[in-house]
Design a protein. Structure first.
Length: 133
């Protein structure tokens, strides 16, 4: 039985933030359970796939997060903006999206290794589309 003090009625405007926190916690838990360890995603990704992922992030993610990933419809994806977000959380958001926001899931186009690679690169400061040789 629930104690009456625990059944405080919340205004409808508070329900969404509570749901977002629950979803975020679920994403972090799922990400931490993954077999890929931080720093391991780049292993096994070919230079060609790396180039495709850089292009995808700059073009597809850039359409919402800004072409320089400094923000737009979506928040900035710069190293500074993501400094307090763990790589497993970022990979989970990339894979599953964020319910209640415009951030879609990308699991249909990216496997787990791709999502981790992108998350690691975002945490380090994402490479330019045409890196200098």
């Amino acid at each position: 039985m629930t104690h009456p003090a625990c059944t405080i009625a919340r205004p409808a405007s508070m329900e969404r933030p509570v749901l977002r926190v629950r979803v975020a916690c679920s994403l972090v838990a799922a990400a931490l359970a993954t077999p890929l360890a931080f720093g391991q995603a780049s292993r096994g990704i070919s230079p060609e796939r790396t180039q495709q992922l850089v292009h995808m992030v700059r073009q597809d993610c850039g359409s919402c997060h800004g072409m320089q990933l400094t923000g737009g419809l979506g928040p900035a994806l710069t190293r500074e903006a993501l400094a307090n977000k763990p790589v497993p959380y970022l990979a989970a958001v990339i894979t599953h999206g964020l319910q209640g926001t415009p951030m879609p899931p990308w699991k249909a186009l990216l496997d787990e290794r791709d999502a981790y690679w992108i998350a690691e690169q975002l945490a380090l400061g994402f490479p330019t589309q045409n890196p200098k040789k």
